[in-house]
Design a protein around this ligand. Sequence first.
Ligand SMILES: [Zn+2]
Length: 479
Amino acid sequence: MSRVSSSSLLLALPLAGSGCSSPEAESAPTAERLLITGGTVVVMDEAGTILEGGAVLVEGDRIAGLFDRAAPRPAGIPVLDATGQLVIPGLVNTHGHAAMSLLRGLADDLPLMTWLEENIFPAEAALVAPDFVYWGTLLASIEMLRSGTTTFTDMYYFREEAARATIEAGIRAVVGPHVIGFPTPDFPTPEASLADADAFFEAYRDHPTLVPGTAAHAFYTTPLEPVRAAHDLARRHAAPFQIHVVEASDEDERVEAAIGMRTIPALESIGALRPGTVLAHGTYLTEDDIARIAAGGAGVAHNPESNMKLGASRAAPVAELLAAGVPVGLGTDGPASNNDLDMFGEMDTAAKLHKFATGDPAAMPAETVFRMATAGGARVLNLHDRIGSLEVGKRADIVLVETRSAHLTPLYRPYSHLVYAARGSDVSTVLVNGRIVVRDGEITTVDEAEVMERARGFAGQISEVVRNVRRDRAASEPN
Ligand SMILES: [Zn+2]
């Protein structure tokens, strides 16, 4: 439901429960202020408010005011002109493996398990090192910021390097300890990965953009105990926890053979179906699974392009999840299984996949999809008190989308253009935590040319390793 405000109401109300005078408000005069004005503000609050000719006041790291066309604006502060642009909440990518940007295009057109177990895992074992993760995560962070993503959820190795890259790029990210049931490039065992993991949480406890969280790869790769330990660590720190669930059609059979339980009941048995748990994919969730997830409060990261590319035979039951009250966000998955990190493309695909899968053009309307990519994703990560909408008191994660182009002219309904016609390359300006990190389409925080040069530097080495992995496998296979 959308509402175009025509009153002259000053929409500077505090968030429910935050009181009328917060310490932040009292310290406001010292915070840097910026008025984003002249655009159409897509607020993404519960009511679906859209303010044509509206304005957003940023103070420091927060959204301090919302104004419709007629409301008087504060004077004498710097203005960011958003004429001809949509002003939207930063997009939230709820699932991915950022540093795999360096493996993009290395192996395609294969079934999930062949792709993963015969290509990606061996290549990673031979290649992944701290500098690989640092430069790969920087590259991915640039791609995401430039296409309007302000928060992403990472599941990879060398968490310190990944964290450092996201902080330097200026993107909000969920990063942290990861377990998988075999030796990884950073740790010989899952237990070793978690041994000193509290220190990571301590280091980033109050960080403005780095959100520590834990991850377990999946039950088909990881026994129950390390998954339980990774989740317990996240719960102890009230942090997000992520795990891949029922991505492949035969996955739950493999999981049941391995641990004696199906995936969702296993997570339920360790208390992991709580708010802040991110269930990535969920392509083959059953009705029984959905009821358990709804009862527990976990959320689902829907990755339509990755699922389609890796040969899923059905669409994840997103309408059923939403109907059951389960938070659902969108994710790109890793850049090697998508193969881009453009959430605009992901929105377009999500909307169309469910229409195709059901034969119903009313399935997954544009506003529902845009909500998944913003407020829904924030709820999946249990960060909805901070991000996901342009409401007063939330962090200033704000994206400007240029609409003065042939493919976005004329504009009748913002949600339609955002989901079906806009592309990541239409993003002009991005703020994360009140800081301008993309201006006029250019990243302001890091040297993009240098990052791409370093990425090219890895490519020769990566190609050679993969050639060797394939040659060794061919030699070991019986004729
Ligand atoms: Zn994944």
